[in-house]
Design a protein around this ligand. Structure first.
Ligand code: UD2
Ligand code: MN
Length: 351
């Protein structure tokens, strides 16, 4: 995501003028009503988010299965309840989360006890110094995925050391390491501070195209902040991920990498599909800027070079040092040394 703080610079004004012209050309060619319609597209059921259910409703009624020969889970899970009650007032303890999720195995692995899952999803979370956010996420995400009757595993990709944070590279590491464990159908690239609000937002991939899930976040008044937005929560099949050569490894610090990924999707001949706005509801835990994740001043330069660089900067050039892989009670912790930003890189603190 790009927070523009360069208003007033001539190049910025030039870009602005160019975007205005582009906007009018697109309006002329596609018709304004169509454009605004797609910005606020709300498909299917009309969800009422003032009527919410507890995320653990019915889940604790589970008992172990009596047989090993399980039938496939139904195409649509009978456990879905719709809008969920999400609050960040109390931070749940790991002990409490563990108690509420008795079927989650070490490493944050879950298999439905009563039916054979139709789908295998890996959740990859880039992380450093966000333990409180992680607890909120684990508290809500485990039951959320269990309601969907998925076979899943939650991975935390933890950046070791104090060098500048690199979200995109951590996710590349997550993809490579998680695929060593299992042939996942779907890879979720998930910010630690985003909680899905509706369990009908199924954590499965689109078979053909990369998919954006956090289409309506509270921090953006439940709308898309801009047309090509791809930050927050997205998912790809391993094939789609490899086709775009994964994420760029060269974005150090905050911003830009999600836009680069959106570009890559297009360069690879794919497109982004999105969860409808009335289902893709998310709450973000409010937070300040992290130390070590200052705004990346090089992001605009990198974005300009993206068409030339995407084939050589990504999964095919990924280098890292795996420090440890530990099976924690509620997740798999992959601690990794992703290196450091090149020395000439200057960053400025976000306000
Ligand atoms: C936006 C995007 C995010 C990403 C980022 C730019 C949303 C909701 N999300 O997030 O996907 O594109 O802009 O890089 O718009 N993190 C840590 N420790 C840190 C720093 C970051 O764990 O010290 C992880 C964590 O998973 C966090 C994610 O990186 O959720 C994104 O960083 P952020 O939350 O600081 O940035 P934000 O909310 O502006
Ligand atoms: Mn955030």
């Amino acid at each position: 995501m790009n927070r523009i703080r360069t208003i007033g610079k001539p190049c910025f004004l030039l870009i602005l003028a160019f975007l205005q012209v582009l906007f009018f050309v697109v309006m002329y060619r596609r018709g304004s009503s169509k454009i605004f319609e797609s910005f606020s597209k709300r498909n299917g059921e009309n969800w009422d988010y003032s009527k919410v259910k507890d995320i653990y409703t019915n889940l604790t009624l589970f008992t172990p299965a009596l047989t090993n020969e399980l039938q496939y889970c139904p195409p649509k899970s009978p456990l879905l309840v719709g809008p969920l009650s999400i609050t960040f007032q109390n931070i749940p303890s790991l002990k409490r989360i563990l108690k509420k999720n008795p079927y989650v195995k070490r490493g944050g692995l879950y298999t439905p006890p009563h039916c054979q899952a139709r789908y295998k999803t890996a959740i990859l979370i880039p992380h450093r110094n966000r333990e409180m956010h992680l607890r909120h996420l684990l508290y809500y995400l485990h039951p959320f995925l269990q309601r969907q009757q998925l076979h899943y595993r939650i991975y935390l990709i933890h950046q070791a050391g104090n060098e500048t944070f690199n979200r995109a590279k951590l996710l590349n590491v997550g993809v490579r390491e998680s695929l060593k464990d299992e042939d996942w159908d779907c890879l979720f690239l998930h910010d630690v501070d985003l909680i899905p609000e509706n369990d009908h937002n199924l954590y499965v991939c689109d078979e053909t195209y990369p998919k954006h899930f956090s289409s309506a976040m509270d921090k953006f008044n439940y709308r898309l902040p801009y047309w090509s937005y791809f930050g927050g929560v997205s998912a790809m099949t391993p094939e789609q991920y490899m086709k775009i050569n994964g994420f760029p490894n060269s974005y150090w610090g905050w911003g830009g990498e999600d836009d680069d990924i959106a570009y890559r999707v297009r360069y690879a001949g794919l497109k982004i599909v999105r969860v409808p706005l009335n289902i893709g509801h998310y709450k973000m835990v409010t937070h300040n800027t992290d130390k070590g994740n200052e705004e990346n001043q090089k992001r605009f330069d990198l974005l300009v070079k993206s068409p030339r660089r995407w084939k050589e900067d990504g999964m095919n050039s990924l280098e890292y040092k795996l420090i440890s892989k530990r099976l924690m009670y509620l997740f798999t912790n992959i601690t990794v040394d992703v290196g450091a930003a090149p020395k000439d890189r200057k960053t400025k603190t976000r306000s």
